[in-house]
Structure formats: C-alpha cells, structure tokens
Design a protein around this ligand. Structure first.
Ligand SMILES: NC(=O)c1ccc[n+]([C@@H]2O[C@H](COP(=O)([O-])OP(=O)(O)OC[C@H]3O[C@@H](n4cnc5c(N)ncnc54)[C@H](OP(=O)(O)O)[C@@H]3O)[C@@H](O)[C@H]2O)c1
Length: 502
C-alpha cells in the first residue's frame, strides 16, 4: 500500500504543567496520552511533567499514583522499562491555583526542573480544573511572568466548556486574550483528535471522486448522531448546569458539521482550515422563536432498560433535582445559508441512555431522477449513503443498491466497508495524544479559535432563549430508546428518517 506522509517529528523539549493533576481528566486522558506518545517514539527527551493540585503528594507518591492509575486503566501497558525510563520525568507540587503566592513557588520549581531536565524554557500549562478557574489561572500566569515567551514558547491548553452561552464565551475569550496572544491559546476539543474526524477533510479534499457530488446538487441531507448508552455517571451536579445542548452541540457536533460542510481550504494550516470552518459556522441559520419549537426536540430520559439492564430516569440520578428540566437529549434541523448547501437540511441528534453508543455522520444522496425499472419487481429504491463512523469501530461505509443474484430483477442495499482497525491495525486513541502532540509542536489546526467558539454559541443562542422561557418543550423518552418520537417526526414530516441501527 502506498503511503504519503506529512512531515511529523518528535515534540522537542518541553515542560508540561498540569493543573488538576490529581483529577479524573488527568488520570483517564492526559497521563495515558503522554505514555502513548512515548510508546510511539514521539516524545522527545528531554521533557518533564509537573503536576499541580491541592492534595499533598511527593514526587514519588505522584509517580506511584500514575503507575497505579495506568494499571487500573490499561493493565500491562506501562511496562517496567517504560516506568524506569519515563517516571523520573514526572514531578509534583501541591498548590492552590487561587493563591497568587503559589505561582512564585511554581516558577522556582519550573526553573529548577528546566535546569535539571534541559527543557529549554518551553512550557505548556494544561488547565484540567473547573471552568470557573480558567480566567483566574490565566491572569495569575500572566502576572507572574510565566507566559512570557522571551526564553522559550509558552502555551495554555483550555478544556471545554468554553462558556455556557455566547455572552460568557465572549467574556472568557476577552479575559484570556487580555493576557495571552490568541496563538498561545489551545482550546481543546478531543473529538478533533480522533482519526476519523481528521479524515473527514482528507476524504473530501484528497479524493477527486467525492468533490463533484459534495453540494445541494447531489446531497439530499446530512445526519449527525452522537448517541451514548451511559447516563450521567455520578456527574449529575455538573450535568444539571450543562445539558445535552451545551455539552455537545456548539462544540463537538459543530466541529463535525463544519468539517463536513466547509469549503476547501487553501491548505491544512491552522489559519486556512479554521478560516473556512468559522465561515460555515457563521452560515448556520440561527433558530429563533417558533422556528425553535418547530425544528428542535428536547428530551430527558425516563426509566427504562439499556442492553437488558434496568436504568433509572434522569430525575432519579444522584445530584439531580427530582423536578429537573435539564435535557439529556436534543435533536434539531439546521440549515446552512450558502450557495453550496441551500436547501440541504442538516439533522443532528445527541443524547444519553440511548439504544447504542455511536457517533456517525450520514451523508444521504438524492435518488436518481429517473430509473428504468418499470417492468420489474422493483418498486422503491433506497438512497445511497456515505457513512462516516467516528466511534466505535472508526471507519467509513458506502451504502448502495445492487442486484440480488437471480433471474428476476430484485435489488438490495449493500455496504462497502472500511474499518481503520483492519487496515492500520491500531487501537483507537482518545484523541488527547494527538492534540497534546500538536500543542507541543505549536500546530493549532485541531484546536478551536475564539471566533469558532463564539460562532457555535451564536448559532444556538436562540434555542437557549426559547428554552429559558418555555418549560413545555421538554419531553420524556425511555432509557434504551432512540429518544423522543418527536425527533422521528422531525424527519418524517419531510419524508426522511434517521439511520436505523440494529
Ligand atoms: N473528566 C473528563 O473526562 C473531562 C472531559 C472533558 C472536559 N473535562 C473538563 O476538565 C476539567 C477537569 O475535569 P475533571 O473531571 O478532571 O475534574 P476533577 O476530577 O474534579 O478534578 C479537578 C482537579 O482540579 C484540582 N483542583 C480543584 N480546585 C483546585 C485549586 N483551587 N487549586 C488547584 N487544584 C485544584 C483537583 O485536585 P485537588 O482537589 O487535590 O486540588 C483535581 O485534581 C473540567 O473543566 C472539566 O469540565 C473533563
């Protein structure tokens, strides 16, 4: 198989400071990502990681915690050889990020580690802490001179959520941009680290066969489904303030939508790619007033069963108000107002405790305007679909109609299937490894720029407004279903249907 590689190197020397090093994100995503880079030979030596959180721990205790966490997540992956080689690069200091004196101590510790490990003054700060701490931490980093780039690069990685609506996102951007240059800010959306997501642009722009069909001339509609079988998993306190719309739509789903619908960029550079993505996000027609009621479905899971296991309703989950009006499901019909997509609906849906865990984009093509099957048993033709599977089982399928072998003309649908695992034999990654690697290399293409974040919030602002006024928009759906029947009706009224998963 011929392969074309872009120029990718090792990271170069760096010190990574992780605020929130004792937390869940650091444990489940960041540490495994660092070891995955090391295993793939992408992590340069010298490098160092400095964990910071309030809990008291020595370097040795921090290293022992990392080993224990890794063993519980992926037994055997952190081999004794890797431990011996890599763990001496991990350091820890206890500190409260709201305490301004902590930053002087941290600066001294960073200088000491820099000398000891030779990280050449380069550093990123990863904010794996509560979103309320983003602005204060960035301001303190600024005040203490820690983001000064005279002696090496300095970058700040910010986790979602980037605000909870347009106004708060603008405020957050304004706050952090008063301290950092935009090119020092890496807003992470781990969906963008996934192979298949990156492959959307390659699929569209490196394959001549798709380009002529990619418009309202041949595409009937696009569906994006992000289904989870899990509920809130003890994070009810967080989810009560988030809900499905905020948690998934302006960020993850709009990333997918922008990649599938953007114009061809001049290059894959951060500047060119993100310019095109933001353009199409701005072209999403904002839904307001009655259009929201007509085009958006909002649901909350009631008790039911998923994979044969009985599950409680959302209102019976821990840390959830028994009369909660938070949605755990949202579906909507969007339009993109530009020449390419005028008249093509984009249907999106996402929810918790659905029938299957699946993230997919379905591009459904128009049926041929004429088919010569008048004298045959064929009475209906199914449309062609290009299905891009983000998870699980990353891959791409092309669904088309073929003749069933036999004397009579009978047709059936078949799938031409490509699975990443079959071709490249790699275990699917979380995306964090790729994104950390890119941040350390200063490659920002897969990170969200301030204007992209704001365009996403702007597109859903009208929905948030209507929901704030109208409680009756919330409908219940049983755990283990595909959401409220209103979501099916949303498509059925235009003679379309969601892809059926069996
Ligand atoms: N977990 C995920 O899978 C996930 C996914 C996407 C986004 N996120 C985002 O990532 C961030 C972290 O989430 P998480 O799930 O890891 O939360 P978490 O488990 O609650 O961890 C929070 C971390 O912050 C530390 N911390 C809290 N207050 C602090 C302070 N004043 N000074 C220093 N450290 C402090 C905590 O340690 P001490 O209590 O010891 O200080 C802990 O290490 C959040 O913004 C979340 O929305 C998480």
């Amino acid at each position: 198989m011929a392969s074309v590689e872009s120029s990718e190197h090792e990271t170069g020397p760096f010190l990574g400071v992780i605020f929130g090093a004792s937390g869940d994100l650091a444990k489940r995503k960041l540490m495994p990502a660092i070891f995955s880079l090391a295993r793939d030979g992408l992590l340069s030596r010298p490098f160092a990681i400095l964990g910071v959180s309030r809990r008291e721990m020595s370097d040795e205790e921090f290293r022992a915690k990392i080993v224990a966490d890794m063993e519980s997540l992926a037994p055997g992956q952190l081999t004794p050889e890797m431990q011996q080689e890599l763990l001496p690069h991990f350091f820890y200091m206890a500190g409260d990020v709201t305490d301004s004196a902590m930053y002087d101590r941290m600066k001294a510790r960073m200088e000491q580690i820099d000398k000891e490990c030779g990280t050449e003054g380069n550093a990123f700060f990863y904010l794996a802490t509560a979103p309320t701490l983003f602005s204060p931490v960035v301001h303190s980093l600024g005040k203490s001179g820690l983001i000064d780039e005279r002696c090496g690069w300095r970058r700040v990685v910010i986790e979602k959520p980037f605000g909870h609506d347009l106004e708060s996102a603008q405020q957050l951007n304004c706050d952090i941009q008063s301290v950092l240059d935009e090119d020092q800010i890496y807003r992470i959306d781990h969906y963008l680290g996934k192979e298949t997501v990156q492959n959307i642009a390659v699929l569209r722009f490196a394959n001549g066969m798709f380009q002529p069909f990619w418009s309202n001339l041949y595409i009937d509609h696009v569906q994006i489904t992000v289904g989870e079988t899990l509920g809130v998993e003890g994070r009810g306190g967080y989810y009560e303030h988030a809900g499905a719309l905020r948690d998934m739509v302006p960020n993850h789903i709009f990333q997918l939508l922008s990649l599938i619908s953007m114009e061809m960029p001049l290059s894959f550079s951060a500047h060119d790619m993100r310019n095109e993505q933001v353009k199409v996000l701005r072209a999403i027609k904002p839904l307001t007033g009655d259009d929201v009621v007509r085009n958006v479905v909002r649901g909350q899971y009631a008790k039911g069963s998923v994979d044969g296991v009985d599950e409680p309703g959302y209102r019976d989950e821990e840390h959830v108000d028994p009369e909660s009006l938070t949605e755990t499901y949202v579906a909507m019909r969007l339009s993109i107002e530009n020449q390419r997509w005028a008249g093509v609906p984009f249907y999106i849906r996402t929810g918790k405790r659905l029938a299957a865990r699946v993230t997919e984009i379905v591009v459904e093509f128009k049926k041929p305007p004429f088919t010569p099957f008048r004298e045959t048993a064929v009475d209906a033709l199914e449309p062609n679909q290009l299905i891009i599977r983000i998870q699980p089982d990353e891959g791409i399928s092309l669904r088309f109609v073929t003749k069933v072998p036999g004397t009579l003309v009978k047709l059936d649908e078949v799938d031409m299937d490509f699975h990443y695992a079959d071709y490249f034999g790699r275990a699917p990654a979380t995306g964090y490894d790729r994104l950390l690697f890119d941040c350390i290399r200063g490659e920002a293409t897969l990170f969200r720029r301030a204007d992209m974040v704001e365009a996403g919030w702007r597109a859903v602002a009208g929905i948030q407004e209507v929901w704030a006024e109208k409680d009756e928009t919330l409908t219940a759906y049983p755990c283990g279903s595909w959401g409220p029947s209103e979501a099916d009706a949303l498509m059925a009224r235009e003679n379309r249907q969601w892809r059926v998963y069996v």
